[in-house]
Design a protein around this ligand. Structure first.
Ligand SMILES: [Zn+2]
Length: 239
C-alpha cells in the first residue's frame, strides 16, 4: 500500500475517535437538557401559580375598596335619614337604604368567596414552590454524575484531538489539505476501500490500470465519482 495511504487511514481512524467522543458529548448534553426541561416546567408552573394568586388578590382588593365606598355612602344615607322631616323623603331614603344594604350584602358574599379563592391560590403557590425545591434537590446527584461524565469525556476529547493532530502533522501538507477538504464536504469516510473494482463509497467502477496501480502502491488515487481516496483491500497486491 502507498505509504501516504497508511498515514491517511491512521488519521481517519483518529478522526473517527474524535467523532465518537463528540457524539457521546451530544448525548450527554441531551441528558442535561431533559433535567433542564423538567426544572423549567416546574418553574413555569410556579410562575403561573404566582400570577394567578396575584390576580386573585388584586380582584379581592378591588372589591374590598368597592364595598368600602358603598359603606361610606350608606353611612351618609343613615345620617341624612336622621335629619329628614318629610315622611315621603324619609320613605324614599329608607327604600334606598334597603336596596343599598342588599347590594352590599351580595358584594360582601362575593368578597368572602374571592378571599377564599386567594387562600387556595396561595396554597397552590406554596405547593409549586415545594415541587421546584424538590426537583432541584432531586437533580443534584444526577447532575453531579453527568458533570463527572462530561469532565471525563472532555479529557478524552482533548487526548484524541491531540492524537489526531500529531498524526496529521506527519502527513504531507497538500495531501492533508485534500483530506480535510474532503472530510468537511462528505458524510462518509474520505479514505475508502476498492471493493470488487469499484469505489467502496459510491460504487463507481475504477479502470483496470488504475486499480492495479492503486494495488501496487504506485499511486494515490481518488474516485472520479465522489472524490474518495481509494485504498486496496480486495485482494492481491494490497500489502
Ligand atoms: Zn466514489
Amino acid at each position: 500500500m502507498h505509504a501516504d495511504l497508511v498515514k491517511l487511514l491512521d488519521l481517519q481512524s483518529k478522526d473517527a475517535a474524535v467523532t465518537d467522543v463528540d457524539r457521546r458529548l451530544r448525548e450527554l448534553q441531551a441528558e442535561f437538557a431533559v433535567l433542564d426541561r423538567a426544572m423549567q416546567r416546574a418553574r413555569e408552573a410556579l410562575e403561573a401559580a404566582r400570577r394567578a394568586a396575584a390576580d386573585g388578590a388584586r380582584r379581592r382588593d378591588e372589591l374590598e375598596a368597592k364595598v368600602e365606598s358603598y359603606r361610606v355612602l350608606q353611612d351618609r344615607r343613615v345620617l341624612r335619614l336622621e335629619s329628614v322631616r318629610n315622611p315621603k323623603d324619609a320613605s324614599t331614603l329608607m327604600a334606598e337604604l334597603d336596596l343599598a344594604r342588599s347590594v352590599m350584602a351580595k358584594e360582601e358574599t362575593d368578597w368572602v368567596r374571592k378571599a377564599e379563592a386567594v387562600t387556595e391560590l396561595e396554597a397552590k403557590v406554596t405547593e409549586e414552590e415545594t415541587t421546584v425545591a424538590a426537583i432541584d434537590q432531586e437533580q443534584v446527584p444526577e447532575r453531579a454524575r453527568l458533570d463527572e461524565r462530561r469532565r471525563g469525556l472532555e479529557a478524552e476529547r482533548a487526548t484524541v484531538v491531540g492524537d489526531r493532530e500529531t498524526t496529521a502533522e506527519r502527513i504531507d501538507k497538500s495531501l492533508r489539505t485534500r483530506y480535510d477538504r474532503l472530510r468537511g464536504s462528505r458524510a462518509q469516510d474520505v479514505v475508502v476501500p476498492l471493493v470488487g473494482g469499484t469505489c467502496g463509497a459510491c460504487h463507481t467502477s475504477i479502470p483496470l490500470n488504475r486499480r492495479s496501480q492503486i494495488r501496487s502502491g504506485a499511486i494515490l488515487d481518488g474516485c472520479e465519482g465522489c472524490g474518495a481516496i481509494l485504498y486496496p483491500s480486495d485482494g492481491a497486491g494490497s500489502a
